[in-house]
Design a protein around this ligand. Structure first.
Ligand code: GDP
Length: 195
């Protein structure tokens, strides 16, 4: 299959309710992660853009599902971040409802969950991983901010992430640095498998 041209990308829409989720015969990759983990930075790195997906703005304030169309061949779905401490109870509930609706819709082909390579995944990360695992869709985890680890920390941290999220042996765990670009080719290769 022809390599995805990530230079061709358009923002399509922001969905705040299931009626606005995109129903398409094209494959769709859903990106999830807690606020500030670098989800926007990972997407921007994949696209070789600086500011396509928004970076660092108002964490937790965006309970929307954002859709990009890449190369007119695959939707990339930016799911709203979670776990931001200062979010109101009401926003938390909106997030949970929208996520339940999104997973119930089954409107994605591949799940990509981004965690922080430095830390043990949070309880919210464990919940999100379970959502993806129960979806029955292919699923991969990206351990971002790899550049902040000492070399000796990489293997033990990856093992802790794998164990905490109960990842199946065949689930890919991709060490990544949105800052430096490590892992970009591996993640693009995985996305290529659903095209
Ligand atoms: P989001 O809330 O998950 O979309 O996170 P952002 O993409 O806005 O990133 C949050 C912060 O982490 C920003 O200050 C980024 O510059 C920083 N960041 C993201 N990825 C990396 C990375 O791989 N390495 C380092 N050192 N910083 C990163």
């Amino acid at each position: 299959m022809k390599t995805l041209n990530v230079n061709r990308v358009d923002f399509v829409k922001s969905a705040a309710a299931p009626a606005q989720f995109i129903r398409s015969s094209l494959p769709a990759v859903a990106f999830a992660g807690k606020s500030n983990v670098g989800k926007s930075s990972v997407i921007n790195r994949l696209l070789n853009r600086k500011n396509f997906a928004r970076v660092g703005s108002e964490p937790g304030k965006t309970v929307h599902v954002n859709y990009f169309l890449v190369d007119e061949r695959v939707y990339w779905i930016d799911l709203p971040g979670y776990g931001y401490a200062k979010v109101s109870q009401k926003e938390r509930e909106r997030w949970a409802e929208l996520m339940e609706q999104f997973f119930a819709s089954g409107l994605f082909s591949l799940g990509v969950m981004i965690v922080d390579a430095r830390h043990k995944p949070t309880a919210d990360d464990v919940t999100m991983a379970a959502y993806f695992q129960q979806s029955g869709r292919p699923f991969a985890v990206v351990a971002n901010k790899l550049d902040k680890l000492k070399k000796s920390e990489i293997e033990p941290n990856l093992a802790l992430i794998r164990e905490t999220l109960s990842l199946a042996e065949d689930t890919a765990l991709i060490p990544f640095s949105a800052e430096k670009g490590q892992g970009r080719e591996a993640l693009l290769a995985l996305i290529q498998t659903v095209l």
